[in-house]
Design a protein around this ligand. Structure first.
Ligand code: SF4
Length: 290
């Protein structure tokens, strides 16, 4: 196995066989993201990817999941993706689901029928970074897609029968746009109705454009307390049914989990518990930075 640079994967793919199909991210312009800043984006030659799969086939009965990285691996051609999925199917009989990172840009290169073809060959889940439902914030962070464009592409995934897992970033609008971020993101999620929603918290990554904005005083990050207030407002506004919600990333101040509509009261009660009563350290830290 021949990994290049840093390798990232969603938390739910922790036990998966990770196959690097691309190096870096084809967009690589989001102001907050440092993930692939050192990597010049490129698609790996198919023979290298197949060689990686061959080299790991001695563990064929171990892996129950395979994940195709790096960022935006769905940008590959249909021919290459089909060859890779067929190879996984023949070499890893225990594999139950293959996942992939996608972006609005890479999804736009595939039709619903093509996504259906990939599903038939074993593609079971697509991870899409939504980040925010606010066009203003998406533009500010240079996401490269509007809320409507993200929605249009996300709908194609669901229409193809593939599980859709999206991520949103708490605090992405800073103090200035926190309310807009919560309300507009809830609106987008209500329209999109993804199967899974993962909430991360904005981190100040050295060397990013956002890092410079914070240092210049042009972006005021949320305090931990404000992050929880924003999360509460967002959860209150979501009405879509059956979305499995997680905020279990290392960046999150508080682990939350549940089905958003069914467990809304429980999630809000958990947030309130930390906001009001029982987390003096968090409150102290939050107030100190206010
Ligand atoms: S699309 Fe994702 S991986 Fe690429 S720069 Fe933006 S946040 Fe980072």
């Amino acid at each position: 196995m021949n990994y290049q640079g840093k390798v990232f994967r969603p938390p739910s793919e922790a036990s998966s066989l990770i196959i690097q199909c691309t190096i870096g991210c084809s967009h690589n312009k989001c102001s907050f993201c440092s993930m692939y800043k050192e990597d010049q984006f490129r698609i790996r030659p198919l023979n290298e990817i197949l060689a990686d799969l061959d080299s790991m086939s001695i563990y064929a009965n171990v892996y129950k999941r395979v994940f195709l990285g790096d960022g935006d691996a769905l940008i590959m051609s249909m021919d290459d993706l089909k060859t890779i999925l067929k190879k996984i199917s023949s070499s890893f009989p225990a594999n139950k689901r293959t996942g992939i990172y996608a972006s609005p840009k890479s999804l736009a290169t595939k039709t619903v029928d093509q996504l259906k073809e990939l599903k038939e060959l074993g593609l079971g889940i697509i991870y899409l970074g939504m980040e925010s439902g606010s066009d203003l914030i998406l533009k500010k962070v240079n996401k490269g897609a509007s809320a409507q464009e993200i929605l249009d592409q996300a709908k194609k995934v669901k229409e193809a029968g593939i599980l859709l897992s999206v991520t949103m970033i708490s605090g992405l609008g800073g103090q200035e746009l926190s309310h807009e971020h919560a309300v507009e993101s809830a609106k987008l999620i209500n329209q999109m109705e993804p199967h899974y929603l993962g909430l991360l918290t904005l981190m100040q990554e050295p060397g990013t454009e956002l890092d410079l904005e914070i240092k210049r005083g042009d972006f005021l990050p949320l305090t931990p307390l404000q992050v929880l207030e924003e999360t509460k407002l967002f959860v209150c506004q979501v009405e879509a049914k059956g979305i499995t919600f997680r905020s279990n990333h290392a960046s999150n101040y508080l682990g939350l989990a549940g089905i958003l509509d069914q467990d809304k009261d429980k999630i809000i009660a958990t947030i309130n518990h930390y906001l009001i009563d029982s987390h003096p350290n968090l409150r102290k830290e939050a107030y100190r930075s206010l």
